[in-house]
Design a protein around this ligand. Structure first.
Ligand SMILES: [Zn+2]
Length: 83
């Protein structure tokens, strides 16, 4: 996770008026945000959590994707059988 303020510009889609906008995105998740938007999954906001809280990516359809630093932390929050 990167420090707060360590951002890069990423072009994202906003559904509705469908526009492209360059926004500041946390550097460590910038490639994920870019890939989602280039793949047609519009994002509304995001934060990597900066190692303090669970990171998230908010999609324009209202769903929220969690970002966990690793499998162990994910399973602590979401005990599921991944195997
Ligand atoms: Zn980060």
């Amino acid at each position: 996770m990167c420090k707060q303020g360590n951002t890069v510009k990423v072009e994202v889609h906003h559904v509705g008026e469908i526009r492209l906008v360059d926004v500041d995105v946390d550097k460590c998740i910038a490639r994920i945000i870019k890939a989602l938007n280039e793949g047609g999954v519009a994002t509304e906001g995001c934060c990597c959590g900066h190692g303090k809280v669970t990171g998230h990516i908010t999609l324009t359809d209202g769903r929220i994707l969690g970002i966990y630093p690793n499998r162990k932390v994910f399973l602590k929050h979401c005990p599921v059988d991944l195997d």
